[in-house]
Design a protein around this ligand. Structure first.
Ligand code: GLA
Length: 347
């Protein structure tokens, strides 16, 4: 087991970015940047011990700075996914937060947590602790928020722990936005991967990808992934939800509560399997619909639509504007604490 820190370039203002590498001999290697808390690479062996990097990313900091709107591998906050019109009210106060995507707030606004320099401190050889203080009024959000994210390298996986406290009532929704390709980043489409999502329902969206507020059953729609289904099997079905999003970009209402399995992604060619466990109520399946071949990844290949998919564990998008959705309110004295685990094995 080892933990290595090395320079990874500097931001335009001169601040140095550090890359941490956590590894286990014969096991996984995880590389995390202090910029955005980005998972730059995650090397995973297959059944025959062949190791590839299963997340999309870039070789240099410049790659991340140039492709910020695709959120490669980063930590997302203060509020993952969309807030309609960048507006919500809390305790009778109306808030207007930064709008950065078609008149809505996406992933916490233009300078979200994905574009911040986090402080890092190795906890032990297997665990890296990242912290960030988001001042009151940051991107328009109320309350000074102290956030801590830990990346813990397990025997065959990664556990991400999120904790936050605030000094004034606020809303919060944190996630990680890694795009997975279990055959290796840059190897082409994930349409042949199979996927299971442990959800009977989803939150339908309108054309601008804002939840309508309904909770609909997946049964009878291309969103039904309760049984092992190839990612590409229904991707081109002329269903209104898929057409609005150009593919899958939907929040699933996960079955059950507490830490439980949310999804299982498998690559039939290499046998690699990823199981996602979380205590969160939702999971956003995003099939990289906006990847357009304009960014060259870490291995030298351009990323196109469907070359990776994100499984973002989260609270439901736009929750503050839908009182029936599980609450995303965090108050002083409360601890926001959640965790998500990526477990890898081979079929
Ligand atoms: C999330 C959203 C998508 C898109 C990506 C980033 O997955 O749901 O609509 O914004 O982030 O490109």
């Amino acid at each position: 087991m080892a933990l290595i820190a090395e320079p990874f370039g500097a931001l335009p203002d001169g601040s140095p970015v550090i890359r941490y590498t956590l590894s286990r001999p014969g096991g996984l290697t995880l590389r995390v940047l202090t910029y955005g808390g980005i998972v730059q690479s995650l090397e995973v062996p297959d059944a025959r011990g062949r190791v590839v990097n299963v997340v999309l990313g870039f070789a240099s900091l410049h790659g991340y700075l140039a492709a910020g709107d695709a959120y490669f591998g980063c930590l997302v906050g203060r509020f993952a996914n969309r807030l309609a019109g960048g507006r919500f009210s809390l305790d009778g106060e109306n808030y207007a937060v930064d709008v950065n995507a078609g008149g809505n707030c996406l992933h916490g606004g233009s300078t979200g947590f994905d574009k911040r320099l986090w402080s890092a401190e190795p906890f032990n050889d297997n665990e890296l602790r990242l912290t960030l203080t988001s001042p009151d009024g940051d991107q328009g959000f109320p309350g000074r928020l102290n956030v801590e994210v830990t990346y813990c390298l397990l025997e065959s996986g990664v556990r991400i722990g999120y904790r936050a406290t605030t000094d004034a009532p606020t809303v919060i929704n944190l996630t990680n936005h890694s795009y997975f390709n279990l055959a290796g980043e840059g190897s082409g489409s994930v349409e042949a991967h199979t996927l299971v999502i442990d959800a009977d329902e989803f939150t339908p969206v309108s054309r601008d990808l804002i939840p309508t507020g309904e909770v609909a059953v997946v049964a009878g729609t291309p969103l039904d992934l309760r049984r092992k289904t190839a990612v590409g099997a229904h991707l081109r079905d002329p269903h209104r939800q898929l057409l609005a999003a150009r593919g899958y970009d939907h929040n699933y209402v996960l079955r059950g509560t507490g830490l439980r399995r949310a999804a299982r992604l498998a690559d039939p060619t290499t046998g690699r399997v990823l199981e996602v466990l979380t205590d969160q109520p939702g999971l956003q399946l995003y099939t990289g619909n906006f990847l357009d071949g304009s960014h060259v990844g870490i291995g030298g290949r351009a990323y196109r639509q469907g070359d990776g998919l994100a499984l973002e564990t989260q609270h439901f998008p736009d929750s503050p504007n839908h009182p029936a959705f599980p609450s995303t309110v965090l108050r002083p004295g409360q601890l926001f604490a959640t965790s998500t685990t990526w477990l890898f094995h081979t079929d």
